[in-house]
Design a protein around this ligand. Structure first.
Ligand SMILES: Cc1cc2nc3c(=O)[nH]c(=O)nc-3n(C[C@H](O)[C@H](O)[C@H](O)COP(=O)(O)OP(=O)(O)OC[C@H]3O[C@@H](n4cnc5c(N)ncnc54)[C@H](O)[C@@H]3O)c2cc1C
Ligand code: SF4
Ligand code: SF4
Length: 434
């Protein structure tokens, strides 16, 4: 029998948190889904297509986003973070800070009239890897869930200087509320907690200067590349160089940037071998004359169909795999990246000029994980991912608190989903009492 007085609370609404919420919701368990950002979907929502099937990422994700939003047993709290917990497994009390959106969620019709009239234009859209600008009132992407606009506190003229308010007068639905305040919510009778705050990327904390990132316009990160090639991205899916708008004819994908190194993160990011080949395949589908170079230390293709995916890359998509260690990137007079590397097959130092270089940067622990771990009392491992036992991969160091997805180590989407279902099953066991 399900104890209807007990609920589950999930932290993070990426694909892992969403899958766990749907599984629990379908079992008849009430779920509070807590997401820090204004929308749900996590990094998967930013991807163009996914390996190994090359399916459109948002096409797979969108039905799950709306199911989650409409599910009678799931209550979604965006712009929210857990700040305190008390109690024990089976009976936690959780305090959540919900930040003001300045738009009423149940009233906004997602028409966009507010953004059309807003005089502020140059706010970088984090969802498009800051490569596209938006107004101070915005929605990060058209299929966003919840389908509700948000006012950016830092750029809004009214919230900083007390003048303007044009969005409020232009909103026919009267959804804008610039007086909204942050709220503290308290959830009692929480039977168990699933922690799924996902991951961050090295470029967020390390300038990657020796690769010329941010200095050379034709050196981008792999997540930026996902947005550049995506039909709904800043270039409307027409891949171009950022320096001169020319179509790239040679692209280099540099794997293990920051991963598996003596100085930075000493672990493997696990997904980059596969997503670099995927990215080169998508680029080839846009331009059949394209030559791609994948610079790798060794290939990690441990998954169903992964090895044959790499063979297809070589045979059908004109990808040349170079076993190498890249030392640095310079540019020539037309801003084309020149890559200097050691060829690990011949031990020679070589150079190659390409039109665009893509850095597969290291997967790092989610921003703020230390603080969250402190609040929950859970242990982190030596790399700052959530600590779990190899034989109990979804259990944290605190009874009744489970984890899944990239919060515990870098992993791909199928594994994140499988772990999410595992965590949901464990959580249901606690709530159903055995
Ligand atoms: C460039 C690139 C390409 C990729 N391509 C593929 C691919 O083709 N195929 C594939 O299988 N995988 C791919 N991946 C991996 C994929 O992105 C991950 O497997 C997947 O996103 C993991 O989901 P997650 O839910 O664990 O984490 P995330 O997607 O990071 O979601 C975590 C969520 O938690 C939220 N959050 C964080 N902290 C808090 C907090 N304190 N409180 C509340 N919410 C919080 C975040 O805002 C986010 O919404 C790729 C990754 C990259 C970087
Ligand atoms: S806030 Fe108002 S104007 Fe803006 S999208 Fe929502 S309903 Fe439309
Ligand atoms: S009040 Fe803020 S968000 Fe609204 S129109 Fe003015 S600047 Fe834009």
């Amino acid at each position: 029998m399900v104890d209807n007085s007990k609920s589950a609370l999930i932290i993070g609404a990426g694909i892992a948190g969403i899958q766990a919420a749907l599984d629990l919701g379908d079992m008849g368990i009430k779920v509070h889904l807590i997401e820090k950002s204004p929308v749900i979907g996590g990094k998967m929502a930013q991807l163009d297509k996914t390996f190994p099937t090359l399916d459109c990422s948002i096409c797979i994700l969108a039905p799950k986003l709306s199911e989650c939003y409409r599910h009678p047993n799931i209550s979604l709290y965006t712009l929210s973070e857990v700040q305190k917990i008390e109690g024990i497994s089976g009976d936690f009390t959780v305090e959540v800070l919900k930040r003001a959106r300045y738009v009423k969620e149940d009233v906004c019709t997602n028409c966009g009239d507010c953004a059309t009239i807003c005089p502020v234009r140059g706010v970088p859209n984090y969802f498009d890897a800051n490569l596209k600008n938006m107004a101070a009132v915005y929605i990060p992407f058209p299929a966003a869930v919840p389908p509700v606009y948000i006012v950016d506190k830092n750029s809004c003229v009214y919230l900083n200087y007390g003048i303007c308010g044009l969005c409020a007068t232009n909103c026919g639905a009267e959804a804008i509320d610039l007086t909204q305040k942050d709220e503290i919510l308290e959830f009692e009778n929480v039977g168990c907690i699933i922690v799924a705050p996902g991951y961050g990327l090295m470029e967020d904390v390390n300038p990657l200067t020796k690769y010329g990132y941010k200095k050379y316009r034709n050196v981008v990160t792999s997540l930026e590349f996902e947005r550049l090639i995506c039909a709904s991205g800043p270039l409307d899916g027409h891949l171009r160089r950022l320096s001169d708008g020319e179509d790239p004819k040679k692209i280099a994908f540099l794997q293990c940037i920051g991963s598996r190194s003596d100085r930075d993160q000493k672990y493997c990011s696990s997904i980059c071998c596969m997503y670099c080949t995927k990215a080169a395949m998508i680029a080839y589908e846009h331009n059949n004359d394209l030559e791609s170079y994948a610079f790798y230390i060794d290939m990690r293709a441990g998954g169903k169909g992964f090895q044959s995916f790499l063979h297809r890359g070589e045979d059908e998509y004109n990808i040349k795999y170079i076993k190498s260690k890249v030392s640095h990137i310079d540019i020539d007079e037309d801003e084309s990246p020149i890559i200097t590397y050691e060829d690990l097959d011949t031990s020679e130092i070589k150079q190659i000029k390409v039109d665009l270089a893509v850095l597969a940067t290291c997967i790092i622990p989610s921003e703020g994980i230390d603080k969250l771990a402190d609040v929950l009392g859970i242990e982190l491992n030596k790399y700052n991912f959530i600590k779990t036992d190899p034989f109990f991969p979804v259990e944290t160091s605190v009874e009744g608190i489970f984890t899944c997805g990239c919060a515990r180590e870098p992993m791909d989407i199928p594994r994140s989903v499988a772990e999410a279902s595992g965590a949901a099953a464990k959580a249901a066991e606690v709530i159903k009492g055995g």
